[in-house]
Ligand binder design. Structure first.
Ligand SMILES: Cc1cc2nc3c(=O)[nH]c(=O)nc-3n(C[C@H](O)[C@H](O)[C@H](O)COP(=O)(O)OP(=O)(O)OC[C@H]3O[C@@H](n4cnc5c(N)ncnc54)[C@H](O)[C@@H]3O)c2cc1C
Length: 439
């Protein structure tokens, strides 16, 4: 298999393009079409974007008695929420040692507790709404570099001693290899309470729960503009909504809709493949206990076994508009670096998605004016964090802003140089760190 030719498709998210040809779409359950917005409507809250952030905000708001309309440009879960690795990690994107160094123990503990609440929210939603999204417990970080030796133990000790979290353990090389059949990892960090799930089915389940709670969902309804008035008027090509509050939940697909915050995030593309079914025995030999796994690289490799015994593997990024034309050929070498024993295995699906990162990799959640809220930039840790951001935005609109305010106070710098894949310094930085991974 050759690696990718560096030609690019024109647009990773063409208007009206529908879902990508992914494993998740092929195994989606409960997919329902929603109408396009036509004519003039009114709501208490208009949510723009039908991914985890928007759906979580909409569902929590509807449960609080608000009349909510969700406007999704494409389909529910069309964006990162329906394409991601499905890993539900503990903590924030920065680990607690980095959080302590940056903000002190008290703030670090606060964000740890938020992340615990985020995982709980996911478990609660799955149970309450009976969402069949194959939620599995257990995650392992494979440490790939000698200079990181000992980090897993330090982190595990810190979590047990300062965060009342006894669910992690540092593993030596042999213990790690017992669980993951690779020679790549010098040690491991096992987190029994982190998890993974089928992200698109989770998004579709949230959408069903939101509909049941009274939320009106419109697909194929790209918001073109909104007024900065109260109520706000939100316009699509064929309709409009007047709403007392607006929630901006477009993440890596925000583009030029809101220039006041688009500079706080940088969209990047990340890629996944799904192998052919490996059979139960071979899949279990590869990864025990169906753990979700990621490595310690800057451009992270992440992988897990699906419930039909495929290896789902994510790896590789690009920092420009558009996906490589040969995603299979691009991601497969990353998979073979970790599992060379899979060279006979064919790849059934390959797809990409766009996510948003911030300068310091912490979420960008805030309020631009009294009736306009946003949540985005979860920097690869968005499965739990976006769900939680949607919830705290709903709390703030409902009048309880304590948790929202803590998020909103995080210092999120603006990237230099405008919007949309136009951050040469940042791109160079990404390339530099991914090169260091290889050294
Ligand atoms: C390949 C990949 C792998 C990942 N793996 C993981 C992982 O394993 N674990 C993890 O924690 N995180 C992971 N992430 C990140 C995670 O998926 C995201 O952080 C999270 O899904 C963000 O959810 P969201 O709702 O904010 O954004 P999205 O799911 O991207 O939703 C935004 C939505 O807004 C819509 N939209 C945009 N503009 C408009 C408009 N003008 N009008 C109407 N609608 C609009 C888009 O169509 C889209 O559906 C991954 C991301 C990718 C791409």
């Amino acid at each position: 298999m050759t690696t990718t030719k560096r030609t690019h498709t024109r647009d990773p998210h063409p208007n009206g393009g529908g879902y990508p040809d992914s494993y998740y779409v092929a195994t989606a359950t409960g997919m329902q079409e929603h109408p396009r917005l036509q004519g003039d409507h009114q709501a208490d809250v208009c949510v723009i974007g039908g991914g985890f952030t928007g759906l979580s905000a909409a569902l929590n708001l509807a449960e609080r008695g608000f009349k909510v309309i969700v406007l999704e440009a494409e389909r529910i879960g069309f964006g990162a929420s329906g394409r991601n690795g499905g890993l539900v990690g503990s903590g924030q994107r920065k680990d607690v040692l980095d959080m302590e160094a940056a903000f002190g123990l008290e703030t670090s503990r606060q964000f740890w507790d938020f992340a615990q609440a985020a995982k709980q929210e996911i478990r609660d939603r799955v149970a309450k709404h009976n969402i069949a999204c194959d939620l599995q417990r257990g995650q392992l970080e494979g440490i790939h570099k000698a200079s990181y030796a000992g980090d897993a133990k330090e982190l595990s000790d810190a979590l047990a001693e300062r965060y009342d979290y006894p669910h992690t353990r540092a593993l030596d090389r042999e213990e790690t290899k017992e669980l993951i059949a690779t020679d790549e990892f010098i040690e491991g960090f096992l987190d029994e309470e982190a998890a993974h799930l089928h992200p698109l089915n989770f998004a579709l389940g949230l959408a069903r729960a939101a509909r049941d709670a009274g939320v009106q969902i419109y697909e194929g309804s790209r918001v073109k503009s909104y007024s900065q008035s109260d109520p706000a008027e939100i316009k699509t090509a064929e309709g409009s909504v007047k709403a007392s509050f607006v929630v901006l939940a477009c993440n890596g697909y925000l583009e030029k809709l809101e220039p006041r915050v688009s500079g706080k995030i940088m969209p990047i593309n990340n890629f996944m493949i799904a192998t052919e079914p490996l059979g139960e025995k071979r899949a279990q030999e590869l990864i025990k206990r169906r753990l979700g796994v990621h490595d310690s690289r800057f451009v992270v490799d992440y992988f897990r076994i699906s419930d039909d015994h495929r290896l789902l593997f994510g790896g590789g990024e690009n920092y420009r508009r558009g996906f490589p034309s040969d995603i299979r050929g691009m991601v497969r070498p990353y998979m073979l670096r970790i599992f060379p024993q899979l060279k006979d295995v064919s790849i059934d699906y390959a797809w990409g998605g766009t996510l948003a990162v911030t300068v310091n990799r912490l979420p960008s959640v805030g309020r631009l004016q009294p009736n306009l809220f946003y949540g985005h930039g979860y920097s690869g840790h968005g499965v739990p964090t976006s769900i939680f951001a949607g919830k705290v935005i709903a709390e703030a609109i409902g009048g309880t802003a304590e948790r929202f305010d803590v998020f909103a106070k995080l210092p999120i710098r603006t990237f230099p140089g405008g919007t949309l894949f136009r951050y040469p310094g940042m791109v160079l930085g990404m390339l530099y760190y991914s090169m260091k991974d290889r050294l």
